[in-house]
Write a protein that binds this ligand. Structure first.
Ligand code: ARG
Length: 577
């Protein structure tokens, strides 16, 4: 995608004009050069060399000679196939003074995003952090760009599994061990039933029969299912509240129960249904296996509900993009569902995208949440809330020690957000498709390229402004042209890229692009502040009021960018740390 850096379009237009108007600005790629000493932007000539029938270096020389310093461009030099460009700092600083870091390029567009989506009657295990927080970040990235976002928690609350739970409850629910009936008890019942099936396969039929009764609307089945669902949703809610994650729709799979007959009918009308081993299926182009729509008992399946929910989402929200943030183990499922939607004649099937991500491994093993033994060797999985609690416990004494004057409530809130920040950031900083090996040290680290490091930088900015007496915003009133030092410029130049990082992360569904951008920004800021430690003239809080105001304005925009960027990734930026 074309850069949305505020300078990029103008630079591309100027370079296109310098080439004699024979190429379109959109054909030119405006990038950051590999090293800041080379310039603020670099434009490669490869893309247009063929059309202009000239070698890239010759074109670069031509462009560099033709580009005149002006309001935006300060200088241009040819370097091999590239033209390196320095921009007029005044222009950039005037732009920063407007404080609109992210362009509203998504205004008028609608995103549906399905994320977190755990199965009921099981804990939110540690690995659920990936779908939950990658999804949260993608939702917030789009929101920042002006999209209308519908966050959907498609909880797994329908299907044979729930028949199994009812059967298990019937058999053993009265036993003392399952009281109180909480999520741990529900999961234990499920695990026990699964194990029992291995001994006595007829239990499988009993479970299927219960699901059939559930789908037929039988009162007892319904009441038990509702109870299990309520217990589960209350448990999930406690974790979402801790993380400040909110959804717009939490109907779950059961919500589509009355919407599936229409789907089956549509498939029948189009002549797409076939029978295979007693089940009802749809054969799809270039797929070895068909998509299962109904079991041999006539009950519906996961895929049937995904067809119904896709159609429902399009009709209800008329999305421009519909994302499914689900681990890569379900790639075939989503590919088949989208193919089936296309066969049904829905041209919007191309707007649906599976956003897969890698596994969280414990000691090299995939977490097991259904098998009864967690990856850590205990008889249940590592819980998400346990990891957060541990991280917060580790952070709390450090915060207390560093901030003796902080009151207890603020210290607790700070420890909470720093602990959560460490864990969440460790999960959004790697590339999405990479598997993550869980280790306590890394998940809760406060140093290095971590969430707490970014939070600390944001708190430092707040601290400087506090020391200056927390003046009202100086962004619009300050004389930004006073910021002439290279260290200040590096920060300002980086801030120009904020919106572009957000736009690229959203378009490619890669929140790590923003995570790395924030680390780079924090690096530039700490280099600036470190120089100020050695050279008093470079400090933010100098005596000269005009210079001080300009530097405070830059600190203010940095704080704003870090706060917004961290917020998108699901981290809070404390005032003090
Ligand atoms: N509940 C499913 C699971 O835990 C994920 C659901 C994802 N969303 C969807 N529309 N299929 O594997």
């Amino acid at each position: 995608m074309a850069s949305v850096n505020p300078c990029a379009a103008e630079i591309a237009a100027a370079v296109a004009a310098a080439l004699g108007g024979e190429v379109r600005p959109e054909d030119l790629k405006v990038e950051a050069p590999p090293r800041p000493e080379l310039g603020d932007f670099a434009v490669g000539m490869f893309a247009v060399a063929k059309a202009l029938k000239q070698p890239p270096p010759a074109l670069a020389v031509r462009v560099a000679a033709a580009l005149q310093p002006g309001e935006l461009i300060a200088s241009a030099t040819a370097a091999g196939p590239f033209v390196n460009i320095r921009i007029a700092r005044g222009w950039a600083l005037r732009w920063l003074a407007k404080k609109e870091l992210v362009p509203a390029i998504g205004a008028g567009k609608v995103l549906c995003i399905d994320y977190s989506s755990p199965n009921i009657s099981k804990h939110l295990a540690y690995h659920h952090i990936r779908s939950t927080m990658l999804g949260h970040a993608l939702a917030e990235l789009h929101r920042a760009l002006g999209w209308k976002v519908i966050g959907i928690n498609h909880v797994g609350d329908w299907g044979t599994t729930h028949g199994m739970l009812i059967a298990a409850y019937h058999a053993w629910g009265h036993e003392e061990t399952y009281r109180p009936l909480d999520i741990t008890a529900l999961n234990a019942l499920y695990v026990r039933y699964r194990a029992a099936i291995k001994e006595d396969p007829s239990l499988e039929d009993a479970a299927r029969a219960w699901f059939k009764r559930l789908e037929d609307g039988e009162a007892e089945a319904r009441a038990l299912w509702q109870r299990f669902r309520d217990i589960s949703m209350a448990e999930f809610k406690s974790v979402y509240e801790l993380l400040d994650v909110r959804f717009d729709h939490e109907g779950g799979e059961s919500f589509y129960e009355d919407k599936m007959p229409e789907v089956v009918q549509l498939l029948a009308q189009k002549g797409l249904l076939a029978e295979s081993e007693g089940a009802t299926v749809v054969w799809l182009p270039d797929e070895k296996n068909p998509l299962l729509v109904k079991t041999k008992d006539g009950t519906t399946l996961y895929a049937t509900r995904d067809l119904a929910s896709a159609i429902y989402r399009k009709r209800t929200w008329d999305f421009d993009r519909s994302l499914y943030v689900v681990d890569r183990g379900q790639s075939v499922h989503f590919r088949q569902v989208f193919k089936c939607l296309a066969l049904l004649g829905f041209d919007w099937a191309t707007q649906c995208e599976h956003v897969p991500f890698g596994l969280v491994r414990f000691g090299g093993k995939k977490t097991s949440t259904r098998g009864g033994v967690g990856g850590d060797g205990r008889d249940r999985p590592m819980l998400l809330k346990e990891v957060f609690a541990e991280a917060i416990d580790e952070v709390a004494p450090i915060i207390a020690e560093k901030n003796p004057e902080m009151d207890a409530a603020t210290a607790a809130a700070t420890a909470k957000w720093v602990g959560i920040g460490a864990v969440v950031f460790a999960n959004v900083v790697p590339q999405r498709d990479k598997d993550i090996d869980f280790d306590w040290e890394r998940a809760t680290s406060l140093s290095g390229d971590s969430g707490p490091y970014l939070q600390f930088t944001a708190a430092r900015c707040a601290g400087i402004r506090r020391k200056a007496g927390n003046p009202p915003s100086q962004v619009e009133t300050a004389d930004w042209s006073l910021l002439t030092h290279d260290a200040e410029w590096a920060v300002a130049r980086r801030l120009l890229d904020f919106g572009d990082a957000v736009a690229r992360a959203a378009a490619s569904c890669e929140p790590h692009i923003l995570a790395h951008y924030l680390l780079d920004l924090a690096g530039d800021v700490s280099r600036w502040f470190t120089l100020g430690n050695d050279e008093p003239g470079l400090r933010v809080l100098v005596d000269d009021p005009a210079l001080r105001a300009a530097r405070l304005a830059l600190v203010e925009v940095v704080r704003h960018a870090l706060e917004q960027g961290l917020g998108i990734l699901g981290l809070h930026a404390p005032e003090r740390m």
